[in-house]
Design a protein around this ligand. Structure first.
Ligand SMILES: NC(=O)c1ccc[n+]([C@@H]2O[C@H](COP(=O)([O-])OP(=O)(O)OC[C@H]3O[C@@H](n4cnc5c(N)ncnc54)[C@H](OP(=O)(O)O)[C@@H]3O)[C@@H](O)[C@H]2O)c1
Length: 217
């Protein structure tokens, strides 16, 4: 089994990759060193053409890249906004396009969004937008008969490098290893599409790992 993870060099993507390695999968992981997604769309297209053509047939594509945003919309720069949209939405769409053109079908797709896909946040206007967009991209492609199984996971705050250079106290955030283990459990069932949320601090009556929707056909 070949697993391709964008954002697989740190935090949640790295932990998911380790679990698939333990299961005997071949894992192809990228971070900024291997595939730096910037605001430059021409460069992204060139890099993705090269990257995807170098891969064997991919069975599972996991999109886990993301980075922090902090600012009102009027305080952000053009470069930041373009990079956020490229990381959050353009790159996963271009990769799916290339994988499907190359190998005609894809057995599995996991999109890592965030609870920000449901919760508007004053200082994360573009981040919340791309996470909601990635969730809808994933749900829409799940109707494509050439994509066999799709899982969307929206986790709450995790203790990862994501928060480096911010003043957030990360000590009480979710462990990315634990979140990865939950994702593996959510993945193994048989379905076409599943939407899930992993909360940090649910109300007493609520589950921490929530399956919001599962579609079987
Ligand atoms: N941490 C949280 O509280 C939290 C909460 C909800 C959702 N999420 C989402 O969970 C996913 C994983 O985040 P994480 O917490 O594991 O963060 P992380 O430890 O910072 O890992 C992010 C991954 O994305 C890669 N990446 C970041 N910017 C990139 C860029 N411009 N081009 C290419 N690759 C890039 C990183 O590469 P490098 O190794 O080179 O840095 C790394 O592999 C992200 O989609 C994030 O939005 C995080």
């Amino acid at each position: 089994m070949n697993v391709f993870i964008i954002g697989g060099t740190s935090g949640l993507g790295l932990e998911i990759g380790k679990l698939f390695l333990e299961k005997g999968a071949q894992v192809y992981a990228t971070g900024r060193k291997e595939l730096n997604i910037t605001e430059n769309l021409d460069q992204l297209i060139e890099d993705l053409n090269e990257k995807v053509s170098s891969l064997p047939t991919i069975d599972l594509f996991i999109y886990a890249a993301g980075f922090l945003e902090k600012g009102h919309i009027g305080e952000l720069s053009d470069a930041h906004i373009a990079q956020m949209i490229n990381v959050g939405l353009t790159a996963p769409a271009l990769i799916l396009e290339r994988l499907l053109k190359k190998q005609k079908h894809l057995e599995g797709f996991i999109a890592i969004t965030s609870t920000s896909q449901w919760i508007p946040r004053e200082l994360e206007p573009v981040y919340t937008g791309v996470k909601a967009g990635l969730a809808m991209l994933a749900q829409s492609v799940s109707f494509d008969p050439n994509i066999k199984k799709t899982l969307v996971v929206g986790p709450a705050g995790m203790n990862t490098e994501f928060w480096t250079n911010s003043d957030r106290d990360v000590s009480a955030l979710l462990s990315p290893k634990w979140v990865a283990e939950q994702i593996l459990k959510l993945w193994v069932d048989n379905y076409i599409y599943r939407l899930t949320r992993i909360l940090r601090d649910p109300t007493p009556e609520a589950e921490r790992v929530q399956i919001i929707e599962t579609r079987f056909e």
